[in-house]
Design a protein around this ligand. Sequence first.
Ligand SMILES: NC(=O)c1ccc[n+]([C@@H]2O[C@H](COP(=O)([O-])OP(=O)(O)OC[C@H]3O[C@@H](n4cnc5c(N)ncnc54)[C@H](OP(=O)(O)O)[C@@H]3O)[C@@H](O)[C@H]2O)c1
Length: 305
Amino acid sequence: MPDQAQPGTTGKRVLVASATGYLGKFVAMAFKRRGYWVRVLTRSEERLHSRGPFTAPAISRDDVDDIFVGELTRPETLAGLMDGIDIVFSSVGISRQRDGLSFEQVDYQCNRNLLDLCRESSAKQFVYVSMQGAEHIGQLEITKTHERVVADLKQSGMDYRIVRPCGYFSDMGALLDMARKGRVFLVGEGNNRMSPIHGRDLAEVCVDCSEGSETEVEAGGPDVMTQREAGELAFDVIGKPVKMTVIPLWLAGALVKLIRLLSKQFGDLAEFIVVAGEIDGVGPPLGTTSLRSYFERLAAGDPDA
Ligand SMILES: NC(=O)c1ccc[n+]([C@@H]2O[C@H](COP(=O)([O-])OP(=O)(O)OC[C@H]3O[C@@H](n4cnc5c(N)ncnc54)[C@H](OP(=O)(O)O)[C@@H]3O)[C@@H](O)[C@H]2O)c1
């Protein structure tokens, strides 16, 4: 274990509990770059050391100060996790995982377990990533569980920070992948407005939020556009004719019901995608990377896009 007497130039030690995730990987690197001593929690060292989806960085042993292998669903594996920690960052949640676990078991219970450990430790601050607008969308499992964590944090007596991001560039990368294959599928007409943000930019927002005094921060990228415009941009960048297929909302709703019969987790996720395709998701433009420049770098095969 690295020398505990060297807590980085800020004098603070941070635990990043989601360092294998798209956002968490950028956040671990951002805290380190900004002079923090960084411990990462992972259930898979291999995933930590590999690149994540859509240019999320690989994290080597030399990039961070300590690697703790444990599972948030099994608190008995977490003894010592909080030792010496001042700040906890979590964007733990389900996106593409196929563990068969629910939002309740991961998005809520994993973060609740983390919060319980925090309150018995030296940690003073908990930075949690919810979602832009989640507090106004009560009908979805994912938003409900995010906001349960937020409510618990507010009641915990800890110094808390809530980051509420708009859609991530990882989802926009998926759009570019569809365009490369020749057709983009839209749920609904795709006329809802959004301001997606790069994970690298959002990571800086997360560190700023930890250091600042505002307890809740919404964050979007520099461009406001519709889903349809983002799809058109993807085709433009790769130089292919625009081909889009609209999945009407009535059909998407029926598919959600069907998927839910097979798997509650995927049904909940599909419902989120349908609802997100109907509502605007625009936040303050705190990110600086434009979607066009990201698409151009992705299309050119730049691993650090
Ligand atoms: N995508 C968006 O547009 C968007 C927008 C706003 C907010 N958000 C929220 O931001 C958060 C992070 O999103 P992301 O795209 O960075 O997600 P991600 O890449 O899937 O990362 C999620 C993290 O949670 C961990 N995790 C998931 N299931 C776990 C389990 N059963 N036990 C322990 N750890 C588990 C993952 O670890 P493993 O690698 O081991 O699975 C990973 O470190 C989510 O809560 C999401 O709802 C997303």
